[in-house]
Design a protein around this ligand. Structure first.
Ligand code: IMP
Ligand code: MG
Length: 182
């Protein structure tokens, strides 16, 4: 396990923002809330690749309602640490969406442009309901009026990595969430 002490001794590792324990506790709380809200229903969980897969894997194993899992992947053009606003679908969901209770799982909402595009796209397919769960939210940077129905943590305006979230494909397997010092 990567502790705060081991980060101190390994200056190459990102500074700790959310520990493994904090994340595990919060994911359990989110799972309890979502399971209660959807009691008696069946979920279509749609993960946004790639950043959400670790969070999604932990979350779905704690949900007590029947569910199916699918994925979508989008990419935004332009700079690599900030979305440009021009989003395109790289991998579309394979499952039928119409008439189903959809839960979109995202790693982090920053400007909101990515999620806004995904949600607009899914709504066209007439799901019975559509909600969003995001592990992290950076409300300070929002450019469109979108918010998650379930948020794990509000985080400061810092570039975060770990628990699925990357910087140029690095740090995804880090068990905690850290931030990169600029
Ligand atoms: P948005 O379109 O600006 O909301 O950006 C959302 C996407 O950008 C997220 O799904 C992440 O993949 C990526 N992203 C935003 N902030 C960070 C960060 O701090 N670290 C790593 N990726 C981020
Ligand atoms: Mg993402």
């Amino acid at each position: 396990m990567v502790s705060a002490e081991s980060v101190d001794r390994n200056p190459g590792l990102p500074a700790v923002l959310l520990t493994e324990e904090q994340i595990a506790t919060r994911v359990r709380e989110l799972a309890e809330q979502i399971s209660a809200d959807y009691a008696g229903r069946e979920l279509l969980v749609i993960g946004v690749l790639k950043g959400s897969w670790v969070f999604l894997a932990d979350l779905v194993r704690l949900l007590t309602v029947p569910l199916a899992v699918d994925f979508t992947m989008v990419s935004s053009y332009g700079a690599n640490t900030e979305s440009s606003g021009e989003v395109k679908t790289v991998l579309d969901v394979k499952c039928r969406v119409e008439g189903r209770d959809v839960l979109v799982v995202e790693d982090i909402i920053d400007t909101g442009l990515t999620l806004n595009y995904i949600v607009d796209n899914l709504r066209l397919r007439q799901p019975r309901s559509l909600k969003i769960v995001a592990l992290m939210d950076k409300p300070a940077r929002r450019r469109v009026g979108i918010s998650a129905d379930y948020v794990g943590f509000e985080v400061p305006d810092r570039f975060v990595v770990g628990y699925g979230v990357d910087l140029a494909e690095q740090y995804r397997a880090l068990p905690y969430v850290g931030y990169i010092e600029e």
